[in-house]
Design a protein around this ligand. Structure first.
Ligand code: MG
Length: 193
């Protein structure tokens, strides 16, 4: 068997994991500046992945500034080729002042479903010096899966530091990367066993 043939056969075996499915990949990114709360700064309460953190600084943003939900929203919208979160929910629209970012993500999920896609899996990386992500990870995963309407095991979340380097490393910003895989077809029913 020639090397090229082996590669093709391997690819066909992997493709069988998604029989008859069309797949789409999306990437989402967000960064929010972190400032002390008023009156010292303009930072809102710190919310990440829909979970509120008790922290001396918070995001400067028009909505609640949840960089995790913003990046997840953009990953989903990007996967289906829709306008990004800033285009759908402009930051000069007073209706979005302090808005719970779950509203933005729910709209992205609705558009994904309307296009006939379901979540394959979602991988999130949060980069910040503080707060520590690990102790709140399960809460965040539960909240994100709830908004997505999916099994919790389809969502992965990692917390990393920026090794003290640059604005993120100095605690002046939080940064989030998200990769999502969508597959065509109706959402799979949740397993309640
Ligand atoms: Mg944002």
């Amino acid at each position: 068997m020639e090397c090229g043939t082996a590669v093709i056969l391997t690819w066909m075996a992997d493709a069988s994991l998604f029989p008859m499915a069309r797949c789409r990949i999306g990437h989402g990114y967000d960064l929010h500046r972190l400032e002390p709360h008023p009156p010292e700064g303009e930072g809102r309460s710190l919310v990440l992945g829909g979970i509120r953190f008790d922290h001396p600084t918070g995001p400067v943003g028009h909505s609640d500034g949840d960089a995790v939900l913003h990046a997840v929203t953009d990953a989903l919208l990007g996967a289906i080729g829709e306008p990004d979160i800033g285009q759908l929910f402009p930051d000069d629209d007073p209706r979005h002042d302090g808005q719970d970012s779950a509203v933005f993500l729910a709209e992205a999920v609705r558009r994904v479903n309307d296009r006939g896609f379901r979540l394959g899996n979602l991988d999130i990386t949060i980069i910040c010096e503080r707060p520590k992500i690990g102790p709140r990870k399960d809460e965040m995963l539960g909240r994100i899966a709830s908004i997505l309407g999916c099994e919790r095991n389809l969502v992965n979340l990692k917390g990393k530091t920026h090794e003290g380097v640059d604005a993120v490393g100095e605690g002046r910003a939080v940064e989030v990367h998200v990769v999502v895989l969508l597959a065509s077809g109706a959402p799979q029913p949740k397993d309640h066993s």
